[in-house]
Design a protein around this ligand. Structure first.
Ligand SMILES: [Ca+2]
Ligand SMILES: [Ca+2]
Ligand SMILES: [Ca+2]
Ligand SMILES: [Ca+2]
Length: 419
């Protein structure tokens, strides 16, 4: 776990370096018993050059849980048997010090949970640890958000929105010949226009979790600090749609080269034509498991329950790594859990706010998938999926609820190696 810089002490808690006066430190046992501490290590320098004063051992003392390190330093330094007591100070390479983005707000427990607001420390996806390796790039493989559209002008999204380089904006022509006029920032598959602006809020919230612009001094940060998000609007402004609009949207993602698609929607009937659209795409499709609190092994939820090689079904976890009641589950049909309750992200018109649902868990997984493809652009779907699933944290309380009790871990996904 990484502490934010303001909270991080510059020494190792509950450890002290104690230099004894007596050469032999014969009374080691009685000394440690006095303070309820233990000797973790003898660090006495050999002193072969006799350049330091003769004295007793230098030991690394381990204090008991609950003992205050600095108070114990003061107390032990008064002991006549002791020459001096130092803190076990922390040091880091100047250039290697990890810089957390200035917009990693405390609200973003899913990325970095320090136990804020009644949560459990480290019930999160270890985003800072992942960012120490890779935080995304402006020319990363494309991640499509298939949803209610995205506010592509949002100041915390604008720089991470995919731009169709083949399209000249606003000239009323389909310059790149892909069948859509003026589709500069994505596609409105519902209205069949080039404008995927979000008038609902759901899609903009999902996009922020995937790729809210990092370290720009405002708002929030997504799983990717830099990325290329392709907005694909398949719903009308009230959140309704039909199979044709969905297929149109998936086909656009395929045609325009999306590497990952994020699908925070579902329910309704199984539809072979939608399944074929997904199967025809070379992308990895991340799909919400649903919010009815049901076992989708016995009550299938589409598209997350489709039998496909290239999809991942996602349940929601909360800030204590528990399953919220609303999240559907399924030991066979749900692949992984991810933060999906009280999620802070972007909203249209430059706003921010909270939403809950497997809809919010899904973009965490899509975001990590995008981050992995950004670092490893030639990765296969099979390996990408293995990194997401096998690089996750295995949690006892999720065993039997979803496959292998896994909760997403971004650092694990970047570092996982198949054995
Ligand atoms: Ca963590
Ligand atoms: Ca076009
Ligand atoms: Ca045009
Ligand atoms: Ca930001």
């Amino acid at each position: 776990m990484i502490q934010t810089s303001s909270a991080r002490p510059n020494f190792v808690e509950r450890q002290l370096l104690v230099r004894m006066r007596n050469e032999s430190f014969l009374e080691e046992t009685s000394f440690t018993e006095t303070y309820g501490a233990t000797v973790a290590e003898d660090l006495t320098p050999p002193n072969e050059m006799h350049q330091i004063a003769e004295g007793g051992k230098l030991v690394l003392l381990e204090l008991r849980p609950g003992q205050n390190t600095k108070a114990m330093q003061r107390l032990i330094s008064l002991d006549p048997r002791v020459d001096y007591v130092e803190l076990n100070h922390s040091f880091s390479l100047d250039e290697g010090e990890q810089n957390l983005p200035n917009d990693l707000q405390g609200e973003l427990w899913g990325l970095h949970n320090t136990g804020q607001n009644g949560g459990t420390a480290d019930a999160d996806i270890d985003a800072p640890e992942a960012w120490a390796i890779h935080s995304g790039r402006a020319d990363a493989p494309i991640v499509a958000v298939i949803d209610t559209g995205v506010d592509y002008n949002h100041p915390d999204l604008k720089d991470n929105i995919w731009v169709n380089q083949g399209e000249i904006p606003g000239n009323g022509k389909d310059d790149d010949g892909n069948g859509v006029v003026d589709d500069v920032y994505g596609f409105n598959a519902f209205d069949k226009t080039g404008n995927p602006m979000d008038r609902h809020s759901h899609g903009t919230h999902c996009a922020g979790t995937i790729a809210g612009v990092g370290n720009n001094g405002q708002g929030m940060v997504g799983v990717n600090q830099r990325a290329r998000v392709m907005p694909i609007k398949i719903f009308d402004n009230s959140g309704s749609t039909n199979a044709a609009a969905i297929i149109r949207g998936i086909n656009y993602a395929t045609k325009m080269g999306a590497r990952v698609t994020s699908n925070s929607w579902g329910g309704g009937e199984s539809n072979k034509a939608i399944l074929d659209a997904f199967r025809s795409s070379p992308a990895l499709h991340i799909m919400a498991a649903g919010n009815k609190g049901e076992n989708t092994d016995t009550k299938p939820h589409y598209p997350s329950s489709y039998e496909m090689a290239n999809n991942v079904s996602v349940a929601a976890s909360d800030r204590n790594d528990e399953k919220p009641g609303f999240s559907s589950y399924g030991p066979k049909s749900v692949d992984i859990a991810a933060p999906g309750k009280e999620i802070f992200s972007t909203l249209p018109d430059g706003k921010y706010g909270y939403k809950s649902g497997t809809s919010m868990a899904t973009p965490h997984v899509s975001g990590v998938a995008a981050l992995v493809t950004s670092l490893y652009p030639n990765i296969s779907n099979e390996e990408l999926k293995a990194r997401l699933l096998d690089g996750a944290d295995h949690l006892a309380n999720w065993q039997g609820l979803i496959a292998e009790g896994r909760r997403l871990n971004a650092h694990g996904a970047l570092t996982y190696q198949a054995h």
